[in-house]
Ligand binder design. Structure first.
Ligand code: ZN
Ligand code: ZN
Length: 323
């Protein structure tokens, strides 16, 4: 089955490349870009499949079991735009162009001093012939790192200034996962790159990891009133669990400035005592929106206001109360 799918995918990729991309690049005299463009076609097709999966699987769930009913879908469209920009490659391409030279420089410097990036399999040789266990271990370590990144996004004032954009959505849906400030995305990419440098991420496993994680994160944001039950909610982040993270009055308040930070596995919230399982669902957003604070409605306004909050936080300007 997987082979069948992989073959069909490769055939479509080859055909799109040969009929469309290759002639275009050739006509433009850009033959040097052919190899990169071939990978680009793969990236684009994977993104289209992801979006198709979201629409086909998650959208009906939102229609059947909505967590909230809205008078209109105004404001959801901006989140659709964020998803398209991310999954169809524009944001990743931007980071690739901006961060790749930096990554190359770091890599070259480390090698100069004799440091060869680790891989988990090298650290634990017993993993070499156990691909499933290796996959699970990578997933757990990356998720643990994701939990602490998210804790810092709420704890550090300048990082919250950016992350608040994600929380400002009052109509949270399957499209909300990618609603982030671009600078926040860049910091996330650097965080991930640093972890990857420490434990290594073999390319073959990376796509599987990324696809699975992204689908589950979209599900976690979906407007669906699902919890996975007492045990299930403790094993995997459910729409209910993450909706409480976005709830007004809970999501950015209290001892650790929020709750339910986990990306995939709530175990980290249990271990570090930031879990809330029993709260009923309420409205989502940030408390100060009720006092009229504007986080912007369109993409550019949201990015501009995010930068403004970021500079103010760095400059130590006391913002109006966050609670
Ligand atoms: Zn958050
Ligand atoms: Zn979220």
């Amino acid at each position: 089955m997987i082979d069948l799918f992989a073959n069909a995918f490769a055939a479509v990729q080859g055909s799109v490349f040969q009929r469309l991309v290759e002639p275009l690049l050739h006509a433009a005299g850009l033959d040097g870009w052919l190899e990169l463009a071939f990978d680009g076609v793969e990236f684009l097709l994977v993104g289209l499949l992801e979006i198709a999966a979201l629409v086909v699987v998650l959208r009906p769930l939102e229609a059947l079991w909505p967590a909230e009913r809205w008078p209109s879908r105004a404001g959801v469209g901006t989140d659709v735009l964020y998803t398209l920009l991310h999954r169809l490659g524009l944001v990743p391409l931007l980071f690739f162009l901006l961060l790749q030279p930096l990554a190359d420089a770091v890599d070259a410097t480390l090698r100069l001093y004799g440091f060869i990036p680790f891989t988990l399999e090298r650290l634990v040789p017993a993993l070499a012939d156990r691909p499933v266990l290796t996959f699970v271990l990578y997933l757990l370590i990356l998720d643990f790192a994701g939990y602490w990144q998210h804790r810092l996004q709420h704890r550090l004032r300048w990082w919250w200034a950016l992350h608040a954009l994600h929380h400002s959505q009052q109509r949270m849906s399957l499209w909300t996962d990618d609603r982030n400030h671009l600078l926040d995305d860049a910091l996330g990419a650097l965080w991930f790159a640093a972890i990857a440098l420490l434990i290594g991420v073999p390319p073959g496993q990376f796509l599987g990891l990324a696809l699975l994680t992204r689908f589950l994160q979209s599900l976690a944001h979906a407007n669906v009133r699902w919890s996975f039950g007492w045990l299930g909610d403790r094993l995997l982040v459910s729409p209910h669990f993450h909706r409480v993270h976005h709830a007004v009055g809970l999501g950015h308040e209290g001892r650790v400035l929020g709750c339910n930070f986990a990306v995939l596995f709530p175990i980290w919230d249990v271990v570090f005592r930031s879990a809330r399982f029993a709260d009923p669902l309420g409205p989502t957003g940030i408390a100060d929106q009720a006092q009229g604070r504007d986080y912007g409605h369109g993409f550019w306004a949201q990015q501009r206001l995010g930068l403004q909050r970021f500079w103010q936080a760095l400059a130590g300007v006391r913002l109006p109360a966050r609670h």
